[in-house]
Write a protein that binds this ligand. Structure first.
Ligand code: ZN
Length: 69
């Protein structure tokens, strides 16, 4: 079982972890996108995949295989 196998996203996560987050930069961060997707998934049972933009279900994205864990 694979969780969050999303090659395009990993570099962003590593970059974001390289320094303490004392304040949020302007605009939507990756974390915001993931949290937003989580909320939509919880309330509606599906959301837009943050990786490929296709439909993301609780079991994962049917297009790119990404899953929120
Ligand atoms: Zn996807």
């Amino acid at each position: 079982m694979s969780t969050a196998t999303a090659p395009p996203v990993e570099p962003l996560i590593l970059r974001g972890d390289s320094r303490p987050r004392l304040f949020q930069p302007a605009g939507s961060t990756l974390e915001d996108v993931i949290l937003g997707a989580w909320e939509d998934l919880a309330s509606e049972g599906r959301t837009k995949c943050p990786v490929c933009g296709d439909q993301l279900a609780p079991a994962g994205c049917s297009s790119c295989g990404s899953a929120l864990s």
